[in-house]
Design a protein around this ligand. Structure first.
Ligand SMILES: [Zn+2]
Ligand SMILES: [Zn+2]
Length: 146
């Protein structure tokens, strides 16, 4: 994962450049998105922000997440049954591991995987504009308790 503090500073700078106000709630959302390895949903972000700022509304969280998405500063992973999850630490496409039981999502670090889009482009002649690679399974913790 990218350096969480550096990524947070980067997000703050991007919003400032665009003239967006930095409210304490918005800063809290940015911090969660930049530093979390959990790929939180909007609801999960909301629960965390609410712990520090009880007056926060779910709509406020949605607005910030939507804004960051429009700016291309977070990666959205949508799942037909389980809704959307977000990665603000690495906003570009990268492979994920998804636990079908506890719904945990982790970044997948496997050698040579980063070369895959380039190889696909070379062998098919496609100009690749986006990609998505998810592996679904049961994580070690769930295997132990299951
Ligand atoms: Zn699990
Ligand atoms: Zn990720």
């Amino acid at each position: 994962m990218a350096d969480p503090q550096a990524r947070l500073d980067e997000l703050i700078t991007r919003l400032k450049e665009r003239g967006h106000r930095s409210t304490p709630q918005r800063m809290a959302v940015l911090r969660i998105l930049a530093t979390s390895e959990e790929h939180p949903s909007v609801e999960q972000i909301y629960e965390q922000v609410k712990a520090d700022f009880p007056m926060t509304s779910l709509a406020t969280i949605y607005k910030t997440v939507t804004l960051l998405k429009e700016m291309g500063e977070i990666l959205e992973l949508s799942f037909s049954h389980d809704g959307n999850r977000y990665d603000g630490n690495k906003p570009y496409p990268h492979p994920h591991l998804v636990c079908t039981q506890c719904k945990k999502i982790t970044d997948l670090q496997v050698a040579n995987l980063n070369e895959l889009p380039q190889k696909v482009a070379q062998s098919t002649g496609y100009r690749i504009v986006s990609q998505r690679l998810d592996f679904f399974g049961v994580c070690p913790q769930c295997q132990e308790t299951g």
